[in-house]
Design a protein around this ligand. Structure first.
Ligand code: CP
Ligand code: NVA
Length: 301
């Protein structure tokens, strides 16, 4: 069974193959109307369940469109409408879904839910974000970096802000794709202990961003964070905002990324988000191409 649960648990060669396939599939679709099927339809006769226990725009739409372009069909399911974890065990839901569908993508809270789904499903399971990781996003981000500025190997990637789930997948990717990752945020929002050794920390964002090839940030309050933490987090993170002055310290051809959704003028100014370094909408587009390649990898088609 080939799941796609995390970047560090996926074979390095497979990760590179997925990026190469995503790029080839993107090229093949250039200029093709969005509703047109791909020339080959590897997911013909496949049914894919997309389960969301948290809100989503990009993940929901890019997976749904991706499956359809490859000739498959989707069921988009909201966690709250299912028995998942309340009416029955995750294991039983996994066993039942496996009788109906060929592939499961799940966005959930606890990583344990994803792992249990993968353990008991007899079809591949894809991680569409948990409180701890967001691997599909980072596959799209690596693809985006490489289509603009070539191999990410040996490059300097600087993360500013909260050491959250998206950072964690960047940390896993740093080892697999061999780039240097710098974390710049307050010690109160340091990444989890398990990631130590995968990145270095530079508290001062101005110093951290010096000579960066890529500057990345994310929301200061994630979906799993209590809203009551909002004001405290804003106070802790204000100094880590990505603005024009900070971007000017990075390399002239550096890129700026944000997985979106963004709180404009909090974690990054609109001038950076809409500026010459920004590739935020390429990242969003590449979710589609990267995930199509991930689904093919999981299904072996
Ligand atoms: N970046 C991302 O995963 O966006 P959504 O929450 O809209 O899916
Ligand atoms: N860190 C954010 C990412 C959203 C795509 C969250 O988990 O809410």
């Amino acid at each position: 069974m080939t799941h796609f649960l995390d970047i560090h648990t996926t074979d390095t060669a497979d990760l590179h193959k997925i990026i190469a396939q995503a790029r080839a599939m993107k090229t093949a679709r250039a200029g093709v109307p969005k509703g047109t099927l791909d020339a080959d339809t590897p997911l013909a006769n496949h049914m894919v369940a997309l389960i969301f226990e948290k809100p989503s725009t990009r993940t929901r739409v890019s997976f749904d469109v991706g499956v359809r372009q490859m000739g498959g069909q989707t069921l988009v399911l909201s966690g709250t409408d299912m028995q998942l974890g309340h009416g029955e065990t995750i294991a039983d839901t996994a066993r039942v879904l496996s009788r109906y569908v060929d592939l499961i993508m799940i966005r959930t809270f606890e990583e344990q839910t994803l792992l249990e789904m993968a353990e008991y499903a007899s079809v591949p399971v894809i991680n569409g974000l948990t409180n701890r990781t967001h691997p599909c996003q980072i596959m799209a981000d690596i693809m985006t970096f490489e289509e603009r500025n070539g191999s990410i190997k040996g490059k300097k990637v600087v993360w500013t802000g909260d050491g959250n789930n998206v950072f964690a997948s960047f940390a896993h990717a740093a080892k697999q794709f061999e780039f240097d990752l710098v974390f710049s945020g307050p010690s109160t929002l340091d990444p989890e202990k398990e990631l130590e050794g995968l990145y270095t920390t530079v508290r001062d964002p101005n110093e951290a961003v010096e000579g960066a090839d890529l500057v990345v940030t994310d929301t200061w309050v994630s979906m799993h964070d209590p809203q009551s933490a909002r004001e405290r987090r804003h106070n802790q993170l204000r100094g880590y905002q990505v603005n024009d002055a900070l971007m000017a310290k990075a390399k002239p051809d550096s890129l700026f990324m944000h997985c979106l959704p963004a709180h404009r003028d909090d974690e990054a100014t609109s001038s950076v988000m809409d500026g010459k370094h920004s590739v935020i909408f390429d990242e969003a587009e590449n979710r589609l191409h990267a995930q199509k390649a991930i689904m093919r990898h999981c299904l072996g088609v």
